[in-house]
Design a protein around this ligand. Structure first.
Ligand code: DOR
Ligand code: ZN
Length: 344
């Protein structure tokens, strides 16, 4: 039987919600990932060090006994974030600030209205060596939803990179050829996370034969040529700039299967197996370990995990639903068979 042992991976983009829902989903990530960068888009947002430390305690309390999983915390950048907040964050071991342009996605109404008014705050991040994570979409109603990321590159990302060459930036969950190209061409201060869904699906999967609410996430899945560009990026010559970030984002089943369904795909249950499938299909299984376990740690200035995870070429069926607080959540590719399993 084919097996593949890799340094234990990290998930550098994860939503775990809070309360009872959090208790349901944290164990899935803790059993395969060494660390996860936790997104701060709760209601209210995690915008202060005190809130982040309390949130981390909740996640630690939901981590199964004996697991060495460690959450890495981020703060939600708002119009009210100050230089002092950045200094406090650094002192408290917060890894990053996350930009949500106002209105871009789930719980983003507290997001930034004009990033360029926060330049002194970004300068302080660069000075402190704290990372700047971007949800890379503009929310101007004139911009078509499929063009939001490309517009963000021109209006926000390029000017930020130019004005703050010292700032370490992660272009989160990239979805377009333009984003992949920018990351490949930019300096070593820019890297990107890539989700399993954006590597596996194009917009036909979302819309042909009926609308698939469980394939709806933001940034929205793009056309096939973009998926091909993402695959080329994570397996190509500049692949050290791309790393694992699932954007696993659980919502209750009823909130997805709804006349106004929420954005987000819940992939945490089989995250590493999904990526193994993707890399194998692309003929690049030998690049899985760097993507999953090395490139992100290096960019964040963290050591690689000291233990390993073994994947086995043994089929598994993804559950139809998973308990989620007092309801349920539908995982990515629910009910389908995956060729790889983790030897837990
Ligand atoms: O699809 C998404 N869901 N994209 C995001 O950016 C946020 C996430 C969520 O929190 O539900
Ligand atoms: Zn996200």
């Amino acid at each position: 039987m084919q097996t593949l042992t890799i340094i234990r991976p990290d998930d550098f983009h994860l939503h775990v919600r809070d309360g009872e829902a959090l208790k349901s989903v944290v164990p899935y990530t803790a059993r395969q990932m060494g660390r996860a960068l936790i997104m701060p888009n709760l209601k209210p947002p995690v915008a202060t060090v005190e809130q982040a430390l309390a949130y981390r305690r909740q996640i630690e309390a939901a981590t199964p006994q004996g697991s060495s999983f460690r959450p890495l915390m981020s703060l939600y950048l708002t119009d009210k974030t100050t230089i002092q907040t950045v200094r406090e964050a650094k002192a408290a071991g917060i890894a990053a600030f996350k930009l949500y342009p106002a209105g871009a996605t789930t719980n983003s109404d507290a997001g930034v209205s004009d990033l360029f008014k926060l330049l002194p705050v970004l300068e302080e991040m660069a000075k402190q060596g704290i990372l700047f994570l971007t949800h890379g979409e503009v929310t101007d109603p004139d911009i078509d939803i499929f063009d939001r990321e490309a517009a963000f590159i021109e209006r926000i990302m390029k000017p930020v990179l130019q004005q703050l060459p010292e700032l370490k930036v992660v272009f989160e969950h990239i979805t377009t050829a333009q984003a992949a190209e920018l990351v490949c061409q930019a300096g070593d201060n820019l890297a990107a996370t890539v989700t399993p869904q954006h590597l596996m699906f194009n917009r036909n999967h979302l819309l042909v034969g009926g609308v698939r609410p469980h394939h709806y996430c933001l940034p929205i899945i793009k056309r096939e040529s973009h998926r091909q560009a993402l695959l080329a990026a994570v397996t190509g010559g500049q692949s050290h700039k791309f790393f694992l970030g699932t954007d696993s984002a659980p919502h209750p089943k009823h909130a997805k299967e709804n006349a106004c369904g929420c954005a987000g795909m819940f992939s945490a249950v089989t995250a590493i197996e999904l990526y193994a499938h993707i890399f194998e299909q692309a003929g690049a299984l030998h690049k899985l370990e760097a993507f999953s376990s090395q490139n992100g740690a290096r960019f964040y200035g963290l050591p690689e995990n000291s233990d390993t995870l073994t994947l086995v070429k043994r089929p598994q069926r993804i559950p139809e639903t998973i308990a989620f607080g007092n309801g349920e959540v539908v995982p990515m590719l629910a009910g389908e068979e995956l060729a790889w399993s983790v030897a837990y």
